[in-house]
Ligand binder design. Structure first.
Ligand code: ATP
Ligand code: MG
Length: 229
């Protein structure tokens, strides 16, 4: 069986500025993989490439065995990539319920199940999403991605800028999703939380994958070298 996600030596950039110089990553169905690295190393850029928001200049990305190079953004979503982008981005004028409904595709995830995962959303279904707290917007962004019934959930800095107690609610949600067998690719600053939930890690350094392995092999030396400030 093909891996769920297979990234082979991809390169990409922004106009004349090259940002990725050879990122490789492989993840199997059911895994939680952390994409790590200091600021500006190419994590978000890699994620943009996976969702087809940014074209590749080289290399290959396959989702469930299918090369996505020629697919449209919605086609990649239909293949099963559910993105929760950096900075959340809900549809501000829409209510919580509307945000969820517009994303919906058939599958086990519906509004009721999203509300079970994040009960706070249940209390705010009629509220306009622009007026939600940061944590609630993040829960909504995750809920919206789940409504697409993804095979692969991609979380880019899902806990950034949130109060510790709210961050904990998000991590509880991520752990629950993992327990339900969902495959998750995640980027986050909290090494402790990543180590508690991820199966594997891939570390980027200046747009290249520098290390990959089981999370338990990520020693203090490695994290000092690649993640320390
Ligand atoms: N829209 C853009 N235009 C030009 N350069 C960009 C753009 N977005 C990112 N870059 C550059 O691409 C490189 C990789 O950035 P990227 O956002 O992928 O890093 P990151 O690992 O996600 O960092 P962070 O941890 O700060 O989110 C950086 O050098 C950055 O300055
Ligand atoms: Mg980023």
């Amino acid at each position: 069986m093909s891996p769920l996600l297979e990234i082979e030596r991809i390169t990409a950039g922004y106009g004349p500025v090259q940002a990725l110089f050879g990122v490789s990553l492989r993840m199997e169905e059911g895994q939680v993989v952390a994409l790590m690295g200091r600021n500006g190393m190419g994590k978000t850029t890699t994620i943009r490439c996976i969702s087809r928001l940014l074209p590749l200049t080289g290399g290959t990305i396959r989702v469930a065995g299918q090369d996505i190079a020629r697919l449209s953004i919605p086609a990649v979503a239909r293949l099963g990539v559910g993105l929760v982008p950096e900075g959340r981005r809900c549809f501000a004028p829409l209510t919580v319920a509307e945000n969820l409904i517009v994303a919906a595709r058939p599958g086990p995830w519906d509004m009721a199940r999203v509300c079970t995962l994040f009960p706070r959303l249940a209390e705010r279904m009629g509220q306009v999403s622009a007026t939600l707290s940061g944590g609630e917007q993040q829960m909504l962004a995750i809920g919206r991605a789940l409504m697409t019934n993804p095979r692969l959930l991609v979380l880019d800095e899902a806990t950034e800028g949130l109060a510790p107690v709210v961050r904990q609610e998000i991590w509880d949600g991520v752990r629950a999703l993992k327990a339900q067998g969902l495959s998750i690719l995640l980027v986050d600053k909290s090494l402790r939380e990543i180590c508690a939930v991820a199966d594997r890690a891939v570390i980027l350094e200046r747009g290249e994958s520098a290390w990959a392995g089981p999370i338990d092999d990520l020693t203090a030396d490695l994290s000092d070298r690649y993640l320390g400030v």
